[in-house]
Ligand binder design. Structure first.
Ligand SMILES: *[C@@H]1O[C@H](CO)[C@@H](O)[C@H](O)[C@H]1NC(C)=O
Ligand SMILES: *[C@@H]1O[C@H](CO)[C@@H](O)[C@H](O)[C@H]1NC(C)=O
Ligand SMILES: *[C@@H]1O[C@H](CO)[C@@H](O)[C@H](O)[C@H]1NC(C)=O
Ligand SMILES: *[C@@H]1O[C@H](CO)[C@@H](O)[C@H](O)[C@H]1NC(C)=O
Ligand SMILES: *[C@@H]1O[C@H](CO)[C@@H](O)[C@H](O)[C@H]1NC(C)=O
Ligand SMILES: *[C@@H]1O[C@H](CO)[C@@H](O)[C@H](O)[C@H]1NC(C)=O
Ligand SMILES: [Zn+2]
Length: 575
């Protein structure tokens, strides 16, 4: 390298060697010290990650030129009063659906309150109803079209649903205000009632925003705007969203929409004054598995070792404790990582240990990914985002104290992990059930096909319903994403929050499904977002007792939708 002596010289003649090589030796020493220092610094950097590119930087707000009513919507007491009245009136109409609902053609009376609701919308939003084109799809599905001036631009679709979940009669006395009172309490600024938060708030906000744009003289947008309102989202969307999506596909074709925005995750305060908005960019899959143990009846005084109920109990215990239901695995493409990194980088209350676990996972090594997996497993709100869940939700068997139950059946509800599939989920149930069937000497069938011959004791029959694969991952970069997130940044940072508060926008995942499951072919840009700050107590009342919504949250949703429509047209029409 730099004229170093050979080893022989070095050891045999040190004195003459030093004299002879004084200069090169000093030079070599300097090189060694320099290299050593570099190595030590390198080691330190790796032990304590240096400030790297932030994973969750603040994004640029996208400011609309047309903003006539943003301030009015957010701050004007008269507007607020009218808005409260509109949402409260919407909640009063009990548009309840059950798990299984009749076709609107067979039984229109079942949908009586939906007709009432639609009459209410017509009265409440006169400009929308005079200037937009309204089509009824499968009788009660609503598709509003605000025809754009430029047909070559793919339409923007906003979605929500008219229906609400039922109220359990047994819990009526626990409601602070009756579930369909739509009661407004000025002290808390809450509107109470079923659907106030899921999701008549969003539906009314969408119509309020469009009504206000029309009132403000906002000329027809260049890009067509569609608003599609299902009427059985809470029951799978079979009569509503399914037909609406077919209708839209027939009219506009496959992959024909600019973007789709539906109900979804709200904005969370992760630390005092630090907010994270995280549109949901995919959904877990879904499947119901129904297991029936078909055995024999008989007198209860001479029972077999296990009745069909006993076998069901064995199966259920095994399913709940199976390795598949505990197969937690964080993958680095999980969109919840966006939410986690924003929290880790900006919340001061998160522990240093947790922060390191989250941020180190960016290295994507086996060890750092496993550490984050272990961390998420510990959090009951997050663990279901990294596994396929197994919940036994229904069971039926036995009718009499002295009669053996001929058959017992139960239903397993799975929410399928992003990296799994309906097939893998079913296969794992089948394998486990077969093992137990062998042990107790039962046969097994799957969808009518024999897997193990029926025995003299009977057979365990497996069927499945409502299969849904995990949704495609919507892009979280590029122009469509930037307009969505830039609008969130502007409305909340500049309009809603105080000056000393901050909001960050990123991605997330939630464990439920929305009506968007029928819309995958219509656009790759599907986002599920609730444009309101929600607190955890409020979120817990969804589908439960004392559902309520805060009025400022509702108003921020109106402002966001108003501005999103404007921004999409101002910034998004160059495609
Ligand atoms: C609306 O736009 C005007 C002009 O750009 C600006 O001065 C004003 O602050 C904006 N108002 C809101 C509420 O964003
Ligand atoms: C999980 O929780 C346990 C008990 O609270 C705790 O001891 C452990 O450190 C936690 N693990 C991680 C990875 O946070
Ligand atoms: C899953 O897919 C494999 C391979 O195509 C197939 O052999 C198996 O029968 C499927 N399992 C189920 C439960 O559909
Ligand atoms: C998408 O289109 C394919 C082919 O037409 C169809 O089989 C599939 O069900 C559609 N997906 C959804 C979610 O509608
Ligand atoms: C529509 O798009 C989906 C997914 O992009 C594709 O699977 C399907 O075949 C397409 N259908 C038609 C009719 O082009
Ligand atoms: C319609 O939009 C396309 C795509 O941005 C653009 O090329 C075209 O000029 C627009 N047409 C009109 C009439 O504005
Ligand atoms: Zn909903």
């Amino acid at each position: 390298m730099i004229g170093l002596p050979d080893n022989d010289d070095w050891y045999s003649t040190p004195r003459s060697f030093v004299e002879k090589y004084k200069k090169p030796l000093l030079y070599a020493l300097a090189v060694i010290i320099t290299l050593g220092t570099i190595l030590i610094v390198f080691a330190i950097i790796h032990a304590h990650p240096s400030p790297r590119e932030p994973l969750c930087p603040k994004i640029e707000p996208l400011v609309p030129t047309f903003n006539r009513s943003i301030d009015t919507i957010l701050n004007d007491p008269t507007y607020k009063k009218q808005s409260i009245h509109r949402l409260s009136s919407a909640v009063k109409i009990p548009t309840v659906v059950q798990d299984n609902n009749p076709s609107p053609h067979d039984d229109p009376d079942f949908y009586y309150h939906f007709q009432e609701f639609q009459d209410f919308l017509k009265l409440t939003f006169p400009l929308v109803h005079s200037q937009l084109h309204l089509q009824k799809v499968n009788k009660f599905g609503l598709l509003y079209t605000w025809q754009g001036s430029n047909d070559t631009l793919a339409p923007l679709l906003l979605m929500s649903h008219q229906d609400v979940v039922p109220v359990n009669e047994a819990t009526l006395s626990e409601w602070e205000y009756p579930p369909f009172s739509g009661h407004y309490d000025p002290e808390t600024d809450f509107i109470w009632g079923r659907g106030s938060n899921d999701c008549k708030n969003l539906l009314i906000a969408q119509l309020e925003a469009i009504e206000q744009l029309l009132a403000d003289g906002y000329a027809a947008p260049e890009r067509t705007l569609l608003l599609s309102l299902g009427f059985d989202e809470e029951a799978s969307g079979n009569h509503g969203a399914k037909h609406l999506s077919e209708f839209i596909t027939n009219k506009y074709g496959n992959d024909s929409l600019y973007a789709i925005l539906d109900e979804g995750e709200g904005i969370v305060e992760v630390d005092k004054g630090i907010f994270v908005a995280a549109p949901v960019v995919t959904e877990k899959g879904y499947v119901d598995v129904i297991v029936t143990i078909n055995g024999h009846g008989g007198h209860s005084s001479i029972p077999p070792d296990h009745t069909t109920i006993g076998i069901a109990a064995q199966l259920i215990a095994a399913l709940e404790d199976s390795p598949a239901s505990k197969a937690f695995q964080f993958h680095d493409d999980n969109p919840v990582y966006g939410f986690l990194t924003c929290t880790a980088e900006h919340s001061e209350s998160i522990s240093k240990k947790s922060r390191n676990i989250i941020l180190n996972a960016i290295k994507k090594s086996k060890k750092t990914l496993q550490a984050l997996t272990d961390f998420l497993v510990n959090d009951s709100r997050l663990r279901d985002l990294i596994r396929t869940t197994t919940a036994i939700d229904k069971i039926q068997g036995g009718v009499k104290a002295n009669a053996l139950p001929e058959d017992t059946s139960f239903l397993i509800n799975h929410r399928v992990d992003l990296h799994s599939s309906v097939n893998k989920t079913l296969q794992s149930d089948i394998d486990l059930i077969k093992d137990i069937a062998k042990k107790f000497n039962y046969g097994v069938s799957f969808m009518g096909e024999t897997l193990l011959e029926e025995t003299e004791l009977g057979s365990i029959d497996i069927i499945f319903e409502r299969p849904l694969e995990p949704a495609p991952l919507s892009p979280h970069k590029g122009p469509v994403w930037d307009i969505l997130t830039g609008t969130i940044q502007d409305v909340f940072q500049n309009g809603v929050l105080d000056e000393d508060e901050d909001i960050y926008v990123t991605t997330s995942l939630f464990s439920g499904n929305t009506d968007t499951k029928y819309y995958w072919n219509l656009s790759k840009n599907i986002y599920r977002f609730n444009p309101s700050i929600i607190d955890e107590d409020l979120a817990k009342t969804l589908h439960s007792v004392n559902e309520h919504v805060d009025v400022p949250g509702h108003l921020s949703a109106v402002a966001f939708i108003y501005e999103y429509i404007v921004n999409v047209n101002q910034y998004g029409n160059s495609d």
